[in-house]
Design a binder for this molecule. Structure first.
Ligand SMILES: Nc1ncnc2c1ncn2[C@@H]1O[C@H](COP(=O)(O)OP(=O)(O)OP(=O)(O)O)[C@@H](O)[C@H]1O
Length: 686
């Protein structure tokens, strides 16, 4: 047993309220699941529907049981949901449910040790089962399951739970109708996993509504056997101990929430803290077997792209915001962990996650899985199952995966530009690696020195987060368009001409891909990409404003300047940021802030109408495809976009490519792209 399990099992299975804190990945799920089951059985709960007509909620004088007509005896066999487990995220709810299923499927369902009068008919008729419900799935399917197979354990996210509590009435076998809310009022063991998240501001109102239904006076077991058990196991408890039991677990318990948590527990609850010194010594909060590193994105050396300026020496925006992640992932995969890598990359917002996923999957051809709230629930479930099963792979995600989710053997967690939430979020994300005693690595990537100064040095103060000089050097070297420095020292030590050629190709291709992104977004030639970039820009703006203190941004002007800089690295042209509607400006308190493109939000269906005055015509895409200079030269359909605009940029790029061609020593541009894609796919595929 793990320490948290050792220290909570007895008390929790005896019916005592427990508040448990232990590091991520140390077995908290079993620490509440097994005792919850034990405790519920001790309270006399049995599987099956709450039998009518003496359903205890409706019949107060019969509050401790139901009348089982078939056996003609008063029994303590209380059907209905015995255990309710609340999880802040869908993926975590699913995971807990799967563990509960494993436990209940092997349960003999023989609780005769608790009550010799246990009803034989019921014992065989109703298996002990777990049900999960969360948003994004069919409500009706939840109801059908509840009606046909009443669960002993219900795992739910707060939103869906409230939804049913407010509107669902079940028709149970035998024709009896019971409001779902009453089943919840009859739950014996209440579990809040990731308790601090459940009770923080985001969920608090919902949780208060739900917890208001927790029985203040529980249902005391009526049989002698149960009384005996309860008395021996919980001899120290006050009479109120027979009310519903509450188990709260998390890896983090911020001071600000402790009194709120305490208010939901019975007075003599047990606190089990496996990281007691974390309050005075923050370093102990993280596992010693997880290496914590950080780097900071280099500032872009030049952000001005003048599409009308045919200037050979004109530098294009270096795009570190995108290319740095490519470099980091390549470095991990090829040089640190070529055969055995499983990497999770956290993004600060759903839209940035979507944007980066699209770029990696379609432009860089680095296959990544994607889990965030804009994906359908069925897709999220498929991706989550895949990533769990894969022996190696990359997952791009958001904080929907930050807490509790147990993907086996994750080697690296990257927090990409937005460890800015708070220390708790940082720790929970980091906790997706180094689980169950395994080793792991965490890399926090700051998007600027302000973030490094404020978030790493101040918010994470005390945690052992070290600067990673090697990866930092790698990112700085990406500045160089000759690109020699993109390569590992091992490669640089080799003078083989084939390696030199590969180097050149890689750099060229990398640059070409950045160009492709820039033109797709900046010149609005790729509708899908542009929409994602627009969304990412707006979401970053909102996020960074909400977190500006942690990020070290001192004013809203600074926020806008910073987000605009990232946007230009994403491919936007200077002064051509996505439009932000007046309502959003108002909501974000950005009135009068410089650098914003205030106006009607740009909708892509209006694209050809030139909503932003750039005068794009409806015929352009056709021109692009048939353009004389198009795919013939570049050999890639999408790259024909580069050639349609005319003017300086076209010529500039052409010259740039001309150099590449001669330098790369090949006239077949397509084959270089293709070779590189093959190389990527073979090296990155799972
Ligand atoms: N007693 C045990 N011995 C060995 N492995 C265990 C034990 N208990 C749990 N595990 C395994 O440890 C892993 C982490 O467990 P779990 O997901 O419950 O961690 P957690 O503490 O809830 O993490 P988090 O704080 O991230 O939610 C799981 O794969 C689980 O199967």
């Amino acid at each position: 047993m793990t320490p948290i399990q050792q220290q909570t099992f007895h008390a929790a299975s005896s019916g005592q309220d427990v508040l448990g804190r232990a590091r991520t990945g140390t077995g908290k799920t079993l620490a509440f699941l097994l005792p919850a089951l034990e405790s519920a059985l001790r309270m006399g709960r049995v599987p099956g529907p709450p039998l009518s007509p003496h359903y205890l909620i409706r019949n107060n004088e019969n509050v401790d049981g139901i009348y089982d007509e078939s056996s003609q005896q008063k029994s303590i066999t209380r059907g209905g949901i015995a255990i309710l487990i609340i999880s802040p995220t869908r993926e975590l709810a699913m995971q807990i449910h799967h563990q509960a299923q494993m436990i209940t499927s092997s349960h003999t369902n023989s609780n005769s040790s608790y009550d010799s009068s246990f009803n034989e008919r019921q014992k065989h008729k109703y298996p002990m089962i777990s049900q999960v419900m969360y948003g994004g799935t069919s409500r009706n399917s939840d109801i059908t399951k509840l009606e046909t197979n009443m669960p002993f354990i219900l795992v739910a996210t707060p939103g869906r739970l409230i939804d049913h509590m407010q509107s669902t009435t079940l028709r149970l076998p035998g024709g009896q109708s019971i409001p779902f809310r009453e089943l919840i009022q009859n739950v014996s063991v209440w579990v809040l996993d990731e308790a601090d998240r459940c009770l923080d501001m985001g969920f608090r109102k919902d949780m208060e509504y739900i917890l208001d239904h927790k029985p203040k006076e529980g249902a005391p077991p009526s049989s002698d056997a149960v009384r005996r058990h309860a008395a021996s196991a919980a001899a120290e408890l006050p009479p109120a101990a027979l009310a519903a039991q509450t188990l709260l677990f998390s890896a983090t318990l911020p001071d600000s929430l402790r009194s709120i948590m305490a208010s939901h527990m019975r007075p003599r609850y047990l606190t089990v803290d496996c990281i007691q010194d974390a309050d005075t010594n923050p370093a102990s909060h993280a596992h010693s077997n997880v290496e914590q590193r950080y780097v900071t994105l280099p500032p872009p050396s030049s952000l001005d792209i003048d599409i009308d300026n045919n200037d050979d020496d004109h530098h294009l925006n270096q795009g570190h915001y995108i290319s740095s992640l490519v470099s980091i992932l390549e470095d991990i995969i090829h040089h640190q962990n070529p055969t055995d890598y499983k990497i999770i990359v956290f993004f600060p917002t759903t839209s940035t996650c979507q944007f980066f996923s699209h770029i990696f999957n379609t432009i860089y051809r680095i296959p990544v899985l994607e889990i965030h709230s804009k994906k359908s629930q069925s897709n999220r479930t498929i991706m989550s199952t895949k990533f769990r099963k894969f022996s190696k792979g990359i997952l791009f995600t958001t904080d929907v995966s930050a807490r509790g989710v147990d993907y086996p053997n994750v080697t690296h967690v990257i927090q990409y530009g937005g460890g800015a939430e708070d220390k708790e979020t940082y720790l929970h994300r980091l906790g997706r690696t180094g689980r169950a005693g395994k080793a792991g690595c965490g890399l926090l990537v700051c998007t600027g020195v302000h973030e490094e100064r404020s978030f790493v040095k101040r918010v994470l103060k005390g945690l052992e987060v070290q600067h990673d000089g090697r990866i930092q050097a790698l990112l700085l070297n990406n500045n160089n368009h000759d690109g020699e420095e993109l390569l590992s020292s091992e490669e640089l030590d080799t003078s083989s001409s084939s390696i030199q050629k590969t180097k050149k190709n890689r750099v060229e291709i990398n640059n070409a891909r950045l160009q492709k992104i820039r033109f797709g977004i900046g010149m609005r030639t790729n509708v899908v990409l542009e929409k994602m970039a627009n969304d990412a820009y707006r979401s970053l703006l909102g996020y960074k404003i909400a977190k500006m203190e942690n990020l070290g941004l001192r004013s809203k002007n600074e926020v806008v300047e910073h987000v605009n800089s990232l946007a230009m690295q994403m491919g936007y042209l200077p002064g051509k940021m996505p439009t932000i509607g007046p309502k959003i400006i108002q909501a974000l308190g950005l009135n009068g802030v410089r650098g914003l493109n205030v106006g009607k939000e740009y909708h892509l269906q209006n694209k050809d109408g030139g909503a932003d005055g750039r005068g794009h015509s409806g015929g352009r895409s056709g021109e692009r495809r048939s353009g004389k200079n198009g795919g013939d030269r570049v050999g890639q359909r999408d790259d024909t976009n580069l050639w349609s605009k005319g003017g300086g940029l076209q010529r500039h790029v052409w010259k740039h490519r001309g150099k590449e061609q001669s330098g790369g020593g090949g006239s077949d541009r397509r084959s270089n792209f293709q070779q590189f894609d093959d190389y990527r796919w073979s090296n990155f595929s799972q």
